[in-house]
Design a protein around this ligand. Sequence first.
Ligand SMILES: Nc1nc2c(ncn2[C@@H]2O[C@H](COP(=O)(O)OP(=O)(O)OP(=O)(O)O)[C@@H](O)[C@H]2O)c(=O)[nH]1
Ligand SMILES: [Mg+2]
Length: 302
Amino acid sequence: MSLIDQFKNGLARSKSGFISRLDGLFGGGEINEAFYEELEEILVSGDVGVQTSVKLVDQLKEEIRRQKIKAREEARNLLLQLITGIMKPGETSVEQDEQPFVILLVGVNGSGKTTTAAKLANLYRQERKNVLLVAGDTFRAAAIEQLEIWAARAGVELIKQQPGSDPSALFFDAINAAKARAVDLVIGDTAGRLHSRHNLMEELNKIHRVIGRIMPGAPHRVLLVLDATTGQNAVAQAKSFNQSLAIDGLVLTKLDGTARGGIVINIADELKIPVCYVGTGETMDDLAPFRPEEFARALLED
Ligand SMILES: Nc1nc2c(ncn2[C@@H]2O[C@H](COP(=O)(O)OP(=O)(O)OP(=O)(O)O)[C@@H](O)[C@H]2O)c(=O)[nH]1
Ligand SMILES: [Mg+2]
C-alpha cells in the first residue's frame, strides 16, 4: 500500500468530519473574508490548534494575494504546500556504522508502546534488518506475554526476564546479547508511566544510562509514544516528558481512532520534537513513517 493510502486509511474517521468540510470549502466559490474565517474554524475543529491554524490561514492569504489566485480550487493546492512546509519529519533511518542501533519507546499508560514496538520490529524486519525486541515492561506479566505474541508473529527474537525484575538489568543483558549476535536493531518496550511520577521517570533515566554505558551514544533514538485521540493533551504530555528525559522523536498512535486527525499537523508544527511515525490501526502493518507531503496529500486530495 502506498504511504498516501496508508495515511488515508488512518484518516478515515477524520474524513467524515473536518476533511469533508475542507473538501467542500475548496469545492468552489469566491475567495473572501468568509472563506478565510471558515477555513480557520474548520482547521481548529480538526485539532490543528489555534496557533497553527491562524499561521496557516495568514500564510495562505499572503500567497493568494501574491499569486493573484481567484479560484478556491487553486487555493487548495497552495494550502497543501503550506501544510507540507510547516511540518518537520522525523528521522526513521536506523543505519549507522556501529551496530546495533537502539530505539527506546516511552510514554504514558496505554498510549501504544508495546504495539508500536512490534510494528517497528515488523517494519525493519521487512527491510531485512536483524531485529531484537526487549520486553522492557517488566512490571506486568501480561505485558511480556503481549510482546511475545507479537514477536512470534513478526518472526523477531525477544529478550525477557521474570515479571518484577529490574528493567535496567534486562537492557544490560539485551544490549550485550545484541552486540554478540550482530543484531542490527534493538527495540525496547518500557512500562507506561506518568511524567509526574518522579521515581518512574528516574527509572527511565537509569535505563538510558545503563544502555549508554555498554554502548556509548546509545540509545540512538528515544521515541515518545502519544495517543492521537487525546488531542491537545498529547501536546502537553510531550512537553512534560521532554523535561525529564530527552526525546528524539514522536510516534502518534491511533490516528484511525480520531475524527480530529489535524492533531498531527499541530504537533508536527508546534513541538520542537519531530514526528517519526504514525499508527493507523491495530494490525502489525498499521504503522507509517511520517512524511509531511504524503500526509498533506492524504488530507487534501481525493
Ligand atoms: N486503532 C488503533 N489502536 C491502537 C494503535 N496503536 C495501539 N493501539 C491499541 O491501543 C491499545 C493499547 O496499546 P498498547 O501497545 O498495549 O499500549 P501500551 O502503551 O503498551 O500500554 P501500557 O503497557 O499499558 O502502558 C491496544 O488495544 C492497541 O491495540 C493504533 O495505531 N490504532
Ligand atoms: Mg505496553
